[in-house]
Design a protein around this ligand. Structure first.
Ligand code: SRM
Ligand code: SF4
Length: 582
């Protein structure tokens, strides 16, 4: 018997413009949340309904999380200033840099959502399709281009971003035309808007097609969009800073004689799993073939269409394109793509990744200006005690107007800085208690944790809130093993969905239950190998102890500066010692 389609499929088919009852809910001041199908529709608008899980015992307090779109993590200073203002006015006072180079606003109350989203659009960004069954934020190398290659990759990333935006006009009519700004936000937004007055919003979708009756039709997504989310990224070897193999679709830049000649196409990466569900697993993308720059949009659209047509619409946990690749095979995929394009792709060209992660401190750009790599602990831009990163960044944005570039490891780059402003920028950061941003060390600087509690409705365990303390203990364990401050990629999530990409880290910690984590080992620094579960349900306090034992063995056995992930992958430590009863 055929399995039935999921409820989401009927919901999308019924309201293909994705409008739901959002407008009516917003207009009703007695409502503090969205309900029914709207909880799904709002995701396509970049909104997740959440409640503060710390406060559940005394009843649910609803708010939403809003996610912006920033192709390649690029945020002009004028846009950043608006975001800073909005986060204080309508959210919890912080901005969260995500693992896909966007910003998230948390704790937004119902009455502030309209003002927030309209202002984001006024500042020339968008929240359209940053969640939902569509193509999400497109990642690209965050270092400012040092040559024509980086410039071209950014251009291509914007081209595919636009091509894969859904064509619905409901987003605009609800959030842009349907909201009149109030609550005193006019001045900052208007000022920022004035600085970009002649510029088009790069995230405005192209117009929809129309059918015989004149009704709008989305030429790619149709009425039911994709079976599930879809993620696209770009990388320029040898730096895999966007973790390209974990994307549904990846473009790996191929450079010959100093010129970008095209990309190797990667398809079928994805990390989300569910504990105990064998149908789900993390997977790295396959290399499909080579494409020219001119084919970026045509081929990308064809790949998304394959997901649209072949993805599993009967089980949302099994609906990513990685399962199509895994079950039908790479050759099937190449043939299917060839049929859609009218010709097979030529073989992929050789490429090699030598590392990933961000560099901190000052670097010279090709045009003689400078960029500054800054460590942002767990991606959270905030003021807390003497550490006032948020205030410092606002001051820097207003005085010097650098381009902000969010990295895929939740850090930040300030670029296009004049030589004569370097000292003043450093002073602002130091004066605001932020000296750590220049030199976090080789573990903190590589680490990543997802938000988890209290905002994420899917969290099974803590992540962001306990990660800094855990990393400090891991650093101590390194020192005790005689290998202080050695590079190590540690990533943590509060559940198996994998938002901070623990599955290809050297050490991955995946929340299983409150205070318990699966301990995964053996990914590599290049992001090209999956880690394996070493021990299940390890108590939080035992993690540094267990890892500390391995560090001692590693310090004695490693050869020629071998990385921990490489050593542990081959070491005689598998299977793991029995997990003590927890
Ligand atoms: Fe994620 C769901 C946060 C990157 C796989 N993710 C969620 C939600 C929206 C929870 C929910 O559905 O209610 C989380 C919101 C928590 C909060 O309070 O903010 C959430 N995901 C994040 C972010 C903010 C984590 C971070 O530490 O930065 C990242 C936002 C990226 C962005 O700007 O678009 C984020 N999520 C990822 C990644 C990493 C990546 O894309 O590079 C993954 C693994 C790669 C992948 O997609 O396979 C990821 N998130 C998931 C999944 C599992 C999907 C699956 O295939 O099973 C879920 C669950 C779902 O979609 O139902 C999820
Ligand atoms: Fe939430 Fe799980 Fe993603 Fe962490 S990994 S943000 S707990 S969905």
């Amino acid at each position: 018997m055929e399995k039935p389609l999921t409820k989401n499929e009927f919901m999308k088919a019924e309201k293909p413009d994705l409008s739901g009852n959002i407008q009516a809910t917003l207009a009703d001041p007695s409502l503090d949340r969205f309900s029914g199908d709207d909880e799904q529709f709002i995701k396509f608008h970049g909104i997740y309904q959440q409640d503060d899980r710390d406060k559940r015992k005394t009843g649910k307090e609803y708010s939403v999380m809003v996610r912006t779109r920033q192709t390649g993590g690029i945020v002009p200073a004028s846009q950043y200033i608006v975001y800073d203002e909005l986060s204080s006015l309508f959210a919890n006072g912080t901005l969260r840099i995500t693992s896909r180079q966007t910003f998230q606003f948390h704790g937004v109350l119902q009455k502030g959502i309209g003002n927030l989203i309209k202002s984001i659009n006024e500042a020339l960004s968008s929240t359209l399709a940053t969640c939902g069954d569509v193509n999400r934020n497109v990642t690209a190398p965050s270092n400012p281009p040092v040559d024509s290659i980086g410039v071209a990759v950014d251009e291509d990333a914007f081209a595919i971003t636009r091509a894969l935006l859904p064509r619905t006009t409901a987003y605009h009519s609800i959030w842009v035309e349907g909201v009149s700004l109030d609550l005193g936000i006019g001045e900052t937004v208007t000022k920022a808007r004035a600085s970009v007055v002649d510029q088009a919003n790069p995230y405005m979708p192209p117009p929809a097609d129309s059918d015989d009756s004149g009704a709008p039709v989305d030429p790619l997504y149709g009425k039911t969009y994709l079976p599930r989310k879809f993620k696209t990224g770009f990388a320029i070897p040898p730096n895999n800073d966007t973790d390209i193999f974990t994307n549904d679709m990846g473009y790996v830049a191929i450079v010959e004689n100093g010129k970008l000649i095209g990309y190797n196409l990667l398809v079928g990466g994805g990390l989300g799993t569910s504990h105990g569900n064998k149908l789900t697993f993390p997977r790295l993308a396959d290399v499909i073939g080579f494409i020219t720059r001119e084919q970026v949009v045509e081929v990308g659209t064809a790949v998304v269409a394959i997901h649209r047509d072949w993805g599993d619409r009967t089980d949302r946990k099994h609906a990513r394109i990685k399962y199509v690749l895994e079950e039908k095979g790479v050759e099937w995929f190449r043939n299917e793509l060839a049929q859609r394009l009218g010709a097979p792709l030529p073989a992929a060209k050789p490429f090699i990744f030598k590392g990933q992660g961000d560099a901190f401190g000052w670097f010279k750009q090709l045009d003689g200006q400078w960029f500054l790599g800054l460590f942002v602990e767990t991606g959270r831009v905030k003021d807390a005690g003497d550490y006032k990163l948020k205030t410092a960044l606002r001051a820097i944005a207003e005085k010097f107007g650098p381009v902000f570039r969010l990295t895929a490891t939740q850090n930040l780059i300030l670029s296009d800085i004049k030589e004569e402003n370097k000292a003043a920028i450093e002073k602002i950061l130091n004066d605001h208690g932020c000296s750590i941003v220049f030199n976090p060390g080789l573990i903190k600087g590589r680490g990543m944790a997802c938000p988890a509690l209290p905002t994420c409705g899917l969290a099974l365990a803590e992540s962001e809130r306990i990660f800094p303390a855990l990393l400090a203990k891991i650093e101590d364990a390194q020192a005790a093993a005689g290998i202080p401050n050695e590079e190590l990629v540690v990533r943590m999530t509060g559940c198996p969905n994998g938002c901070a990409r623990p599955y290809n880290a050297e050490i991955g910690l995946v929340g299983k239950a409150p205070g318990k984590y699966n301990l995964m080992l053996g990914g590599n620094r290049e992001g090209t190998r999956l880690a394996r579960t070493w021990r299940e349900s390890v108590l939080l306090d035992e993690i540094p102890v267990a890892i500390g034992g391995l560090f001692k063995q590693y310090a004695q056995e490693r050869k020629n500066g071998q990385a921990f992930g490489d050593w542990v992958n081959d070491a005689a430590i598998w299977p793991a010692p029995t997990t003590p009863a927890a």
